[in-house]
Design a protein around this ligand. Sequence first.
Ligand code: DGJ
Length: 728
Amino acid sequence: MAIFENKQDKTFTLFTESTMYQMRVDSIGVLQHVYYGKRMEYTNMSYSVYEGSTSFSPNPLATGWTYSNNHVPQELSVTGIGDFRINALALRNSDGSLAADPRFYSAEILKGKYSIPGLPAFYGEDGETLVITLKDEAYEIYYHLYYGVFEKYDLITRSLRIENKTDKEIKLERALSATLDFPNGKYDMISFYGRHARERMFERTHIKHSKVTVSSVRGASGHMENPFVIISDKNANEEYGNAWGMALVYSGNFEICAETDLMEKTRAVIGINPENFNYGVGAGEVFCTPEVALVYSSEGFGKLSNCLHKAIRNNLVRGEYKYAQRPVLINNWEATYFDFNADKLVSMARDAAEIGVELFVMDDGWFGHRDDDRTSLGDWFPNESKLQGTLKSLAERINNEGLKFGIWFEPECISEDSELYKAHPDYAFKIPNREAQVSRNQYILDFSRKEVCDNIYEQLTKVLKSANISYVKWDFNRHISDLYSVTLPAERQGEVYHRYMLGLYDLLERITSEFPHILFESCSGGGGRFDCGMLYYMPQVWTSDNSDAIDRLKIQYGTSFAYPVRTMGAHVSVCPNHQTARVTPLKTRGNVAYFGTYGLELDITKMTDEEKEEIKRQIKEFKKYYDLIQYGDYYRLISPFTVDESLYCAWETVKEDGSEALVCAVRYESDANTAPETVKVRGLCPDKLYRINGSKETYLGAALMSVGFLLKYDFISYPSNLYHITLA
Ligand code: DGJ
C-alpha cells in the first residue's frame, strides 16, 4: 500500500520502495509538510515540525505566539496570510484582496495514477493517487492537491487544481505546482544552464538566504536553464548523500526557486513562471497546474538519476517507440543544409543503406520555396521542383533503397514571406502598434488560438498522409517575444503563454495519436526544449546542434542527470566539426553517440571506403549493445566538468542484475607524460568475477567497484574506448 492515511494522527504518508513522504493536518487545519526522505516504518513525525513564532511573524488568532504561517512547513504555500517566504500561490479574489487561506476539507485515495486535462503527466496503472482537498477559510475556493505515487521508481508526482465555486472570477497571479519545505540543514542546488550548442552544463550553487532561481520567460523551457534541479546535501555526490530531484512536466515558462529562511529552513517552489502570468478562473472553472516529478535518493545523484530514467522510460514516454528499437537514421542537415534536391538525397540514402542505416531524414528546406532561412515557414507543401516530383515519389525512391523516410517540420513558426502570412498576418504574435522582433527571420504562431492550431493541423496531416512517412522531427527555432493574442481582451493577455502551451500540447496529442506509427523527435535549435513535457509526446529529443564529440561529453553528461540515454538524439558528424572545427577520431564520435540514439549527420557519399567500413562496424556494435545501453542502469563515473581532477570523462551502463556492463571512457584533454588513470565501476555484483573485453584475467566485482581498472592510454588526440564487462 503506497498511500497510508492515519485518521487518529491526521497524517498522510506516501511510501515508495526506498522513500517516504509525510504530511499532517495541524490544529487549525493547515496541511503541513512533515517529512520527505528515506523510507522507514510508519511513525508520526510531526513532533519534529517547528511551528513557533518570532517577532514580526504574524499568528492566527486561534494559536497565539506558538504558531506562525511564516514558519510552518506547508504543502500549499500562499501569499497574503503571513507567510513571507517564497510561495506557490498568489490569488486575487473578486474583491481585489490578494490572499488565500486553505484549510483541510477532505481526502481521497484513488486507484491508478491521476491524469491532468490538457497537460502531459506521468501515467500508469501501477501508480496510486491521493487527492487532498483544502478549502479557503472565507470563500468557496477549493484546492485539490494531487499526489501520484510510483513505488517501484521512488517517484512522487504532484499537481494542484484550483476550483472556483464562487460566482465571480478570481485571478491567479502565481500558481506554481509544488512547494517543498526542508526542515533544517544546508543545501545545494544543482541546475543545468547553457545556451544554444552548449546545453545543460552542470552548476552547483549553495542555497543561502537570498533566492536561488532557475527559470525561463522565453515561452519554452529553453537552452539557458532546464526545468529540472537537484537539491542536495552539501557533501552529496554521485554515490553518497541526500538528494531530491524536481522535474517539471512542462515545456513553457517555468520557475524553480529556493531560499533559506530566517529560521535556517529551506523552501523550494516549482511551477509556471509567475512573470507575465495572470490567469482568470471564472465562476465554476478549474485551473490545473503542470505536474512536478519528485525523486529522492539517500545514495546520491546516481540512484536519483536511475529512478527518474526508469520512470520516464516506463511511465512518461508513450507510443509504439516506447520500447521498440529505434531505427538508425541519417539526417541531411549538416550534409547539405538547404542545398539539396531529390537525387542528392537518394544518393545519400543508397550509400547509407549499404552500411546498415535504416531511416533517411530530410531536414529543413523541402517546402514552400525555402532555400534559406528567410522564407516559407507556415507553407507546409512540398517544393516539387526541388524534390523532383511529389513527396510521395521521393519517399518511394528512399524506400526503394531500403530505408524508411522521415521529414522535418517547424509547425509553431511562420515566415513573413509565406502564403500563410499573406492570408493571416494576425496569426503571428505581434503587439498592436509595435514592430515585432524577428529571430532567425521568423515569427511565432499564436497557438493560444484554436483556429491557428487547426490550420497547422490540417496542413501537417495532409503532408503526413500524402507519403510513406515514418519519422517526424518537430523543430522550434526561436523564443517568444512580442506576446499578444488578438482574440483575447486586454485583461486576459497574461494567460497567453500558458494558453500557447495548451494549444501546442493539444496539437501534439492530436497528431501523435493520429499517426501512431511515426517516430517523433522533438527539437528546438538542438536541445532548447528538452523537458518531461515534450517527452510525453515525443520519445526522443535532438540533444544539441553541437555534434562535436568532445563538447557532447558535457552536454550528454549534464542531460543524463534527469533524462535517460534513450531520449537523447546523438549523431556522428564530419570533421572538422561544423560547430567547433575540432578533429576527433571517428571511433570516438561513434562511442559518444552510442550513449544516445546513435545516428549519422554527414554526407555519406563523400566518405572514404575505410570510413564507411568504420560506420558499418559502429552500427553493428551499437546494435549488439542496444538493450544494455538503452535499458541498463546509467552511472556517471568521471565528470567532464572536473578537468583538474581527471583528463577523462567516463560513464557506464549496467544490467540491473549486475551481470554485464559497458563503460565508455573518452580522454578530452591531451597533456604530455600524464599520470595513469583508473575508473571505478558501479552496479556490479561484489562477489562475482568478471572479465573486461574478454580478458583472460578475472576481476572481483567488489574490486572493480572499489579500486577500479586502469584506462587504456592511446597516443592520439581524443582517444576513447569501450570496456565490456561480463561475468567470468
Ligand atoms: C535546428 C535544428 O536543431 C537542426 O538540427 C536543423 O534541423 C535546423 N534547425 C534546420 O533549420
